[in-house]
Design a protein around this ligand. Structure first.
Ligand SMILES: NC(=O)c1ccc[n+]([C@@H]2O[C@H](COP(=O)([O-])OP(=O)(O)OC[C@H]3O[C@@H](n4cnc5c(N)ncnc54)[C@H](O)[C@@H]3O)[C@@H](O)[C@H]2O)c1
Length: 290
């Protein structure tokens, strides 16, 4: 939980757009000083200016969190500017929809490094620092409802988010057992109105799309893009959802869930597992061909 934002030092990845930007502004509005990091340097610089306009201290850093050395760079930057970190938000993430039988190696590396490895890299740096500080600290890992239940399309996204949730759960338990005053929470939303469907714009250069690759010109790819955009455009409004997150962060909550419609499927999932049946089907199971 976050007891106060007043003069707390926060760092948020993927803060140029969407959820990360909204959380950064929300924390600043509540009194925190915020370092915003993103692969898009110009865009995140604008968010930094928005935070300063709220009367808080802010710095921005261009960094690709899919690389360990870039996460180290963020840590050094935070230490240089703030000398401490009370709130770490691992938010940067991407989506893609290749199937197991036709995925590109690069794309698989890209999504796992961004959605999962970045959480490892950042927590490895920041947890020892938070321990050294000794004050109450909060880590918020932005995962997804896709980390709790699955559907058919998008196996890479589902598997990264499940891995990220498991990492958070395990880290939470270890920190609690060690008696550290560091809370870990996972935010597992359903669809929210952001531009996550434009994830290809956020590829590091080493994972740039090969324009000659027929997959990216294919109908399957175009259909996925349109379907993903449709789902996100029809998601919950970003403002309303981020307010729910702030409300839950003010309480002792590990799982931060904002989409009530998934309560039933999450409960049913446990029952299906305990009964040793097949994975549960739910309304997310609609395929992109429907
Ligand atoms: N929008 C939704 O419906 C939804 C649902 C569930 C989970 N999520 C998760 O929420 C998080 C934020 O997504 P969003 O919806 O705001 O999407 P978004 O695309 O609007 O924002 C993602 C931000 O992360 C940045 N980013 C991507 N790769 C990066 C990298 N390698 N290094 C640094 N920055 C990088 C992007 O530049 C962008 O600013 C993601 O982890 C996403 O998986 C979103």
């Amino acid at each position: 939980m976050i007891r106060t934002y007043e003069n707390q030092k926060a760092v948020i990845t993927g803060a140029a757009r969407g959820i990360g930007r909204k959380l950064a502004l929300g924390m600043a509005a509540r009194g925190a000083d915020v370092i915003v990091a993103d692969i898009h340097g110009d865009e995140v610089a604008r968010v930094c200016e928005e935070i300063k306009a709220l009367g808080r201290t802010s710095y921005c850093i261009q960094a690709d969190v899919s690389l360990r050395e870039e996460c180290d760079k963020i840590f050094e930057f935070v230490m240089d500017k703030f000398g401490r970190c009370d709130i770490l938000v691992n938010n940067a993430g991407v989506s893609m929809n290749e199937d197991v039988w036709d995925f590109r190696d690069d794309d698989l590396h890209w999504i796992f490094e961004t959605n999962v490895y970045s959480h490892w890299y950042m927590m490895r740096n920041f947890i020892p620092q938070m321990r050294k500080q000794g004050n109450h600290c909060q880590i918020l890992n932005v995962c997804s409802i896709a980390g709790l239940i699955t559907s058919g399309p998008g196996p890479a996204y589902f598997s990264t988010k499940h891995a990220a949730v498991a990492l958070s759960e395990s880290t939470y338990k270890q920190l609690e057992a060690a008696g550290d005053d560091i809370d870990v929470s996972v935010f597992c939303p359903g669809f929210i109105q952001t531009e996550l469907y434009k994830s290809d714009e956020n590829r590091p250069e080493r994972y740039a799309i090969d324009p000659e690759d027929p997959y990216y010109k294919s109908e399957k790819y175009q259909k996925f893009y349109a379907f993903n955009k449709y789902l996100l455009d029809n998601g919950l409004p970003l403002d309303e959802t981020s307010e729910k997150v702030f409300d839950m962060l003010s309480r002792e909550t590990f799982y931060i869930l904002t989409h009530d419609q998934y309560d039933g499927p999450i409960r049913a999932q446990g029952q299906f597992i305990a009964d040793m049946t097949a994975p549960m089907g739910n309304k997310l199971s609609k395929t992109i061909d429907d």
